[in-house]
Ligand binder design. Structure first.
Ligand SMILES: Nc1nc2c(c(=O)[nH]1)N[C@H]1C(S)=C(S)[C@@H](COP(=O)(O)O)O[C@H]1N2
Ligand SMILES: [Mo]
Length: 400
């Protein structure tokens, strides 16, 4: 599924029309290539499956045609894990326990029934891999070559992490919550997937321990029986198959917190040495959008076409989405439609008069309430994280 058609937009048109003055984002080798498969009948194939990027352990993304829905169905929701799910018996609801220890007054060991006795809350939130869009960075960066589908929007039901932490009693000098899951690497000297979030995010009333996804028990691939959902933050903080919470003064040690999922706090180029103190953990999502219809490679009859898509951001709200059908020379406001729910994505529509036959590029660009605007291409970084360049699809308009 990596049929490449080369660059959709020439370097010249990008240099001429890009906004924001991000000089480092405009070099030709960082432009996004067209990577989605060509299909004249969008949705005709792979309608019910995920697009596999890595087979074992499974890393698979949502096919673009699934993004016409506000909620991403569980069986079409992207899957990512470093080691694959734990053996089902390790996370069977009857056997599972959540241990809470470290800087607390009262260490806890909770069964799933114990957990369900806290107040139940449901939050609709986007979950996105920090590597979503990594395939569009030039030069390429190592890691799963995600295109546009390592993101989804689901209803997460569970209990507030804060309520559980309050029951245990957080003691000073706790500053971070370390999280561990039941999944284990195949080779025992590989580090565990240990992550931490700052105490402020752990105590935020919207951060939840989720046991349902879109109304169903959390599927095994998505972290059964319980995972963390830190709404507005990238998915690498949302630990699956959660078994251990530890309050501590420092960030989690080890590869997955101290080396992986870090992002430079100032612009860097390929090959630059970056000091450890200039690498910050990836936390909130950045403003982003996606064109869900028409699909890349679609053939359309000339006339009116309703362009549809999604836009999302981290802890803020989407305020505008604009569409360009002239390679970024001019932009017009799309209409935001559907529910405006914190942490969820916003649907948008734009009625396009196609004009005469030929090849066309549709671009979408979102802006959030903190003034973040999608760049034409995101600043290169060694992990290939936080891609949020304007989305684009190329279509053919035919006479009738
Ligand atoms: N225990 C555990 N949790 C994990 C991971 C993992 O490897 N192990 N991967 C993280 C990453 S990098 C992502 S993108 C999300 C993916 O969640 P999903 O498979 O439900 O889409 O899970 C996160 N939680
Ligand atoms: Mo991820």
């Amino acid at each position: 599924m990596t049929d490449r058609n080369g660059l959709l937009i020439s370097r010249r048109s990008l240099l001429a029309h890009a906004v924001g003055g991000l000089a480092f984002a405009l070099t030709a080798n960082r432009l996004r290539a067209a990577t989605a498969p060509l299909e004249t009948e969008p949705g005709a194939h792979e309608a019910n499956s995920l697009l596999t990027r890595v087979a074992r352990p499974l890393d698979a993304e949502t096919p673009p045609q699934a993004f016409t829905a506000w909620l991403t169905p569980n069986d079409r929701f992207f899957v990512r894990s470093h080691f694959g799910p734990p053996a089902p018996e390790l996370v069977a609801p009857a056997a599972w326990r959540l241990h809470l220890a470290g800087l607390v007054e009262r260490p806890l060991s909770l069964s799933l029934d114990d957990l369900r006795r806290f107040d139940e809350v449901t939050i609709t939130a986007v979950l996105q891999c920090s590597g979503n869009g990594r395939a569009f960075y030039r030069p390429k960066t190592p890691g799963v070559q995600w295109e546009r589908g390592a993101v989804g929007n689901a209803q997460w039901t569970g209990v507030r992490l804060r309520d559980v932490l309050d029951r245990a009693g957080v003691r000073p000098p706790a500053r971070h919550l370390q999280m561990g899951g039941a999944d284990r690497p195949a080779v025992s000297d590989t580090p565990l997937f240990l992550r931490s979030i700052p105490i402020e995010k752990a105590l935020h009333p919207d951060t939840i321990l989720a046991y349902r996804m879109n109304g169903e028990p959390l599927p095994l691939l998505h972290g059964a029986p319980v995972r963390l959902i830190a709404p507005g933050w990238m998915a690498d903080s949302c630990v699956k198959w959660l078994t251990d919470l530890t309050l501590q003064a420092e960030e989690a040690q080890g590869y997955y917190m101290q080396t992986a999922y870090r992002y430079p706090s100032r612009p860097v180029g390929p090959g630059d040495a970056i000091a450890q103190q200039d690498l910050k953990p990836v936390e909130a999502m950045v403003v982003n959008s996606l064109i869900a219809h028409p699909q890349q490679g679609a053939t359309l009859s000339r006339g009116h076409v309703m362009i549809q898509g999604l836009a999302w951001t981290g802890e803020g709200r989407i305020v505008t989405v604009e569409v360009s059908t002239d390679e970024g020379r001019t932009w017009e406001a799309a209409k935001l439609v559907g529910d405006d729910v914190p942490y969820a994505w916003r649907q948008w529509q734009f009625l396009w008069r196609t004009g005469g036959p030929g090849s066309r590029t549709i671009l979408s660009r979102a802006t959030d309430d903190r003034g973040q605007v999608q760049p034409m291409a995101s600043p290169w970084n060694p992990g290939g994280f936080l891609w949020n360049g304007v989305d684009q699809v190329q279509v053919q308009v035919r006479e009738a």
